[in-house]
Unconditional design. Structure first.
Length: 83
């Protein structure tokens, strides 16, 4: 018997983070749900720019982890276990 497909887990985790971040952003103005948007962001403050004269490459990443994103990832793990 084959194991579970881990690409499905990756897609569910990404969907959980995106949906959780969206819910956190929607609830930041509601006083009793504003804690869902509490989190930490990390990454580059300014992007790294490499200029080769004819070609310019810009590197940058910024990740914000919120409580809603963590709850979304947990829900994705539960959904994966139920599949």
């Amino acid at each position: 018997m084959r194991g579970k497909n881990y690409w499905v887990l990756l897609l569910l985790m990404l969907a959980g983070v995106v949906i959780g971040g969206f819910v956190g952003d929607l609830t930041k103005t509601i006083p009793w749900l504003s804690w869902l948007n509490t989190g930490q962001s990390f990454g580059f403050d300014a992007p790294l720019i490499v200029n080769f004269g004819i070609l310019v490459i810009t590197f940058g990443i910024n990740i914000k982890i919120t409580m809603a994103g963590i709850i979304g990832m947990a829900a994705a793990l539960v959904a994966y276990r139920l599949i």
